[in-house]
Design a protein around this ligand. Structure first.
Ligand SMILES: NC(=O)C1=CN([C@@H]2O[C@H](COP(=O)(O)OP(=O)(O)OC[C@H]3O[C@@H](n4cnc5c(N)ncnc54)[C@H](OP(=O)(O)O)[C@@H]3O)[C@@H](O)[C@H]2O)C=CC1
Ligand SMILES: C[C@H]1O[C@H](OP(=O)(O)OP(=O)(O)OC[C@H]2O[C@@H](n3cnc4c(=O)[nH]c(N)nc43)[C@H](O)[C@@H]2O)[C@@H](O)[C@@H](O)C1=O
Length: 314
């Protein structure tokens, strides 16, 4: 990429998009383009076509999506399917119509089968049944991978897709019900500490294993891929290590300084038992995650404390 390329980051206020924006800026890319969802609803096909035609980006990063944790995915599955299909199809169709040569589509590790062999290789895609709590979202993301591949094949576009593992970091969604586990537990444990409550509830059995990638590493990997990767096959982005939800809760409690009990709520879903990405293809290209989980949690907690009055409400 050229430092003066016009780069449109769809979803530039979100967790991933804002980190990718910061990273590109730090690398000296000086023509970044963003629009909030109230300025440009990506489900509005005509508006998306007009925006992309007028802005004439050289590169598009698709970090816009309807996103949430296990419960939000399960509760709003129709919206997660429909919104995400519309957002990505409109964006990619408009990009193709405007002749945008370079595009990065962000998917998610939930595209892989519920019981995929661990660590999960990219070749596991479409080899088994999906996890039912997020199958609608996963199908939308799988369609996105396919649109990237089909656009490369039919139109010769140098578009790519990447599948990040579970993300966390500054700018995350700390909604108590709709967010992912790490911000949800950070908030619940912090609030219990402040209120002097003796226990905190952790959803599910605590045994599921998850991998957590700091969003600044994801941003670094995204720029690395835009600069170095050009292949139809999607590529995993992760750290290559996981831990149980129980161990994660204990780590967050340590960082927050909470000494009460952590109790499991078995009525809540566990989701997939394990979701560890095989990141050997990305590692072989020369990219590795750098931020240790404990350091990342401590930094995110500091950010959370500074932004308590500005947390997201949905
Ligand atoms: N968070 C995670 O753990 C993971 C995320 N991902 C993927 O990374 C990408 C970004 O996720 P993340 O940053 O966490 O999500 P966030 O919810 O933090 O951000 C999503 C962004 O999408 C924008 N958006 C949503 N709907 C619309 C719409 N209709 N029109 C325009 N913009 C819209 C929002 O814009 P606005 O703020 O202006 O409303 C928001 O900035 C997604 O593709 C997600 O699937 C992949 C793996 C894990
Ligand atoms: C990134 C990924 O995120 C989603 O999948 P997930 O990995 O299951 O995400 P999660 O972070 O919501 O949960 C992880 C685990 O943690 C447990 N858990 C405990 N206590 C809380 C809790 O308080 N909140 C949440 N959300 N989970 C909790 C929870 O029961 C589960 O066992 C996908 O739907 C999909 O959106 C996707 O792509």
């Amino acid at each position: 990429m050229n430092k003066h390329d016009r780069i449109y980051i769809a979803g530039h206020r979100g967790l991933a998009g804002s980190a990718i924006w910061r990273r590109l800026e730090a690398e000296g890319y000086d023509q970044l383009i963003g629009a909030t969802s109230s300025e440009l609803d990506l489900r509005d096909r005509d508006a998306v076509f007009a925006f992309v035609r007028d802005q004439k980006p050289d590169v598009i990063v698709d970090a816009a999506a309807r996103v949430g944790g296990i419960q939000a995915n399960d509760t709003y599955s129709a919206e997660f399917l429909s919104d995400n299909l519309q957002i990505q199809v409109n964006l990619m169709d408009a990009a193709n119509a405007a002749g945008v040569e370079r595009l990065l589509f962000l998917g998610s590790s939930c595209i892989y089968p519920k019981y995929a062999e661990q660590p999960i290789k990219e070749s596991s895609l479409l080899t088994g049944e999906l996890e039912p709590t997020n199958d609608a979202y996963a199908i939308a993301k799988i369609a996105g991978i396919m649109q990237v591949q089909a656009s490369r094949k039919q139109y010769g576009r140098r578009w790519i897709s990447a599948m990040p593992t579970n993300l966390y970091g500054p700018g995350d969604n700390f909604h108590p019900e709709h967010s992912h586990v790490l911000p949800a537990l950070m908030r619940r444990i912090h609030e219990a500490k402040v209120a002097g409550e003796p226990e905190v509830v952790i959803w599910g059995s605590g045994t599921p294993l998850r991998e957590f990638l700091h969003v600044d590493d994801l941003a670094d990997a995204s720029v690395f891929l835009l600069e170095n990767y050009d292949s139809p096959e999607t590529i995993n982005v992760g750290v290559g290590e996981d831990l149980s939800i129980r161990d994660l809760a204990e780590l967050i409690a340590e960082v927050v300084g909470y000494e009460g009990r952590l109790v499991q709520d078995a009525t809540k879903p566990d989701g997939t038992p394990r979701k560890l990405l095989d990141v050997s293809r990305l590692n072989d290209l020369g990219w590795h995650a750098r931020i240790a989980l404990r350091d990342g949690i401590a930094e995110t907690y500091a950010w959370y404390l500074e932004h308590l009055d500005q947390l997201r409400t949905r």
